[in-house]
Design a protein around this ligand. Structure first.
Ligand SMILES: N[C@@H](CCC(=O)N[C@@H](CS)C(=O)NCC(=O)O)C(=O)O
Length: 199
């Protein structure tokens, strides 16, 4: 499997770096200054975002899709349940829940704090976004108060995808009222190959 990953560091490309490491796949990592404003990046991601990957010659975008595909391609690494199993449906559930019901709210705040040029930013929904994030985080909190990991009670790629988002929330100070999520993120950070930001 030949993989080129665009994006390094602790941004969302960390999900892909971590999955590749857990799967034991060597890969080429590409990073340049201001990469997301490079026109050339649109060859790999139409919005010039990171991460983007080229896997066996074909471009693939969206961190969760890249991670899921890598996990599927390396079954011996046991990072994901087989397609068609209920555990696989739970993976899809948590990934969709993470991206749509948790990460989107945090991203909206980021977009209006430092991604968009100042004249396009809207600050009126900051508090509401945090409220909506926390409403969903309570769902993950209830699950992780009973389980160490999200699916099959073992570490999987689902934890890599969701863990990145929850670690971002921790760094923003949004996990204080969620002790199980705090413990979960620490459990992930303690893993030797973890690529999440520690600060
Ligand atoms: N849903 C995408 C989000 C990708 C994304 O927004 N990446 C950020 C870095 S973490 C980025 O490229 N931001 C630059 C921009 O939005 O212009 C994924 O999970 O891959």
């Amino acid at each position: 499997m030949e993989v080129t990953l665009f994006g390094t560091g602790t941004n969302r490309s960390a999900r892909c770096q971590w999955t590749l490491q857990e799967a034991g796949i060597e890969y080429a990592a590409i990073d340049r200054r201001d990469m997301t404003s490079l026109e050339e990046m649109r060859r790999y991601h139409p919005l010039a975002k990171i991460p983007a990957a080229v896997i066996d010659g074909r471009p693939l975008l969206e961190s969760a899709a890249i991670c899921t595909y890598i996990a599927d391609r390396v079954p011996d690494a046991k990072l994901i349940a087989a397609s068609g199993t209920f555990a696989r449906a739970e993976h899809d559930q948590w990934v969709a829940f993470c991206l749509a019901e948790m990460e989107a709210w945090l991203w909206n705040n980021a977009v209006n704090q430092y991604v968009l040029p100042e004249e396009r930013r809207i600050t009126a929904t900051f508090e509401q976004n945090v409220h909506m994030f926390k409403r969903s985080a309570a769902v993950a909190e209830a699950h992780l108060a009973q389980h160490d990991y999200l699916v099959e009670d073992r570490f999987t790629v689902t934890d890599i995808v969701v863990g990145w988002c929850l670690n971002w929330a921790r760094r923003l100070g949004h996990l204080e009222e969620f002790p199980a999520l705090g413990r979960y993120v620490q459990r992930l950070l303690a893993r030797p190959l973890c690529a999440l930001a520690r600060d």
